[in-house]
Design a protein around this ligand. Structure first.
Ligand SMILES: *Cc1c(COP(=O)(O)O)cnc(C)c1O
Length: 409
């Protein structure tokens, strides 16, 4: 292969002149508009403090490592043991020779944890959502989705032939109208994020359940930001609302609070899970979850069950941080999740604030239009149970210094 390239003297920058020119123009525009993403390199473990290439030790306020389990010794040990026992990879999709005993063990554990009859793992929550709708629904059905649902739900919906009805974000009148307009459908399925990641809002599951019952609709929740985070024992938005086992289909990730590795799952009835095993394309045509990730996720759930105080610590940290921000004169969006967005207004201010914070040793990311509405540019802070008060105090001190300098507070 190497000699082939050398002989032809072809470099990857010459894929196709027309394509190269167009991409170069668009990338240039992104850079001019300040929306070109520059990737920072972390040179060790994901923890409350990370070592960033060129910047050094930085307090991490933008990770999904909500419980600190990325860095938990029992989880890391389980991953190592998983690799020792099962080797590097699965080398197959589930239905050929990619199903290992540890998959079934993890799936039983997830089902037990969420109080659903069964569950099925995927290599990501993206795949779980993308492969969910098309197998279950056809042209005679209706798929009803919150306007601000996650990108993978939107893509999953695009792959499904059911009639699409989008309701206004967390607006129950709009959802009722959507259900009313879908009365003739064979099935109606309502899907919502459990926590919306840009605002940190919690979806109103009791009201959605009531409407689903009234219109005989299937209720599905993508709980990726809430699993391990909400409820007294981290069982997510259903636990937060006292609705254990009352959501028909739950999808979530193993890549956030539960150890931060790769992997996702769908949890539901035996029939739904068996049907997905038969017909979900992101299950049938892509490799099974690596066994070491399954082993790590199992250890993460075990650890969470043994240490529910991590969830309480996460909540305490979040409250402490919110109060500190308000005292400084910032305006965090109110809410009860560890996602704490701080609105600063203009996109340029959000970007400047996050850059200056990085220089002061605090890692947060600024989001502007079009990711969030115009005039509502923000930095999005995320708390972790791995943060100690000293980390949070240092982050607040940096926010005070930089916020005053930029005249934001
Ligand atoms: C993070 C996230 C996902 C994607 O999770 P992966 O396992 O990384 O694919 C899907 N849905 C929602 C709501 C998320 O927040």
């Amino acid at each position: 292969m190497m000699t082939l390239y050398e002989e032809r003297d072809v470099t990857m920058s010459n894929v196709n002149p027309g394509l190269e020119r167009r991409l170069a123009t668009e990338l240039g525009e992104m850079k001019e508009n300040g929306v070109h993403k520059e990737l920072l390199h972390i040179m060790g473990r994901q923890g409350p403090v990370v070592d960033i290439d060129g910047l050094g030790e930085t307090i991490n306020m933008c990770s999904n490592n909500y419980l600190g389990l990325c860095d938990e010794p029992s989880v890391i040990e389980a991953v190592k043991e998983g690799a020792d026992k099962y080797g590097a990879g699965t080398s197959s999709v589930r239905f050929i020779c990619g199903t290992f005993d540890i998959h079934s063990e993890l799936e039983a554990k997830i089902a037990d944890f969420l109080e659903t009859p069964a569950s099925l793992t995927y290599t990501s929550a993206w795949n779980a959502n993308e492969g969910l709708f098309a197998p279950l629904l056809g042209p005679e059905d209706a798929l009803i989705s919150d306007r601000l649902n996650h990108a993978c739900i939107i893509d999953g919906i695009r792959l499904c032939k059911a009639r699409r009805v989008i309701y206004d974000h967390m607006d129950m009148d709009s959802l009722r109208e959507a259900l009313e307009s879908s009365r003739e459908a064979r099935h109606r399925l309502v899907i919502t994020d459990g926590i919306f990641s840009m605002e940190g809002e919690i979806a109103p599951l009791p009201e959605i359940r009531e409407l689903c019952d009234r219109y005989d609709a299937i209720m599905a929740v993508d709980d990726s930001h809430a699993t391990g985070v909400l409820g007294d024992t981290g069982r997510g938005t259903p636990e937060h609302w006292g609705m254990h086992g009352e959501v028909d289909i739950v999808t979530s990730t193993l890549g956030k609070a539960l150890g931060g590795m790769a992997g996702g799952f769908t949890a539901s009835s035996d029939a739904v899970i068996d049907y997905l095993t038969q017909a979900s394309r992101t299950q049938l045509f892509t490799n099974a979850l690596p066994c070491h990730s399954a082993a790590g996720a199992l250890a993460a759930i075990d650890h969470l069950e043994e240490h529910p105080e991590l969830v309480a610590k996460l909540r305490d940290n979040t409250e402490y941080y919110r109060e500190g921000l308000i005292e400084l004169g910032y305006k965090p969006i109110p809410g009860g999740t560890p996602i704490v967005p701080v609105i600063v207004g203009r996109t340029a201010d959000a970007i400047r604030l996050s850059r200056e914070l990085l220089r002061e040793g605090v890692f947060v990311i600024g989001f502007g239009y079009p990711v969030v509405p115009r005039g509502e540019a923000r930095i999005r802070c995320q708390l972790s149970a791995a943060h100690e008060r000293e980390h949070i105090d240092a982050a607040l001190a940096a926010l005070k210094k930089v916020g005053r300098r930029l005249q934001l507070i």
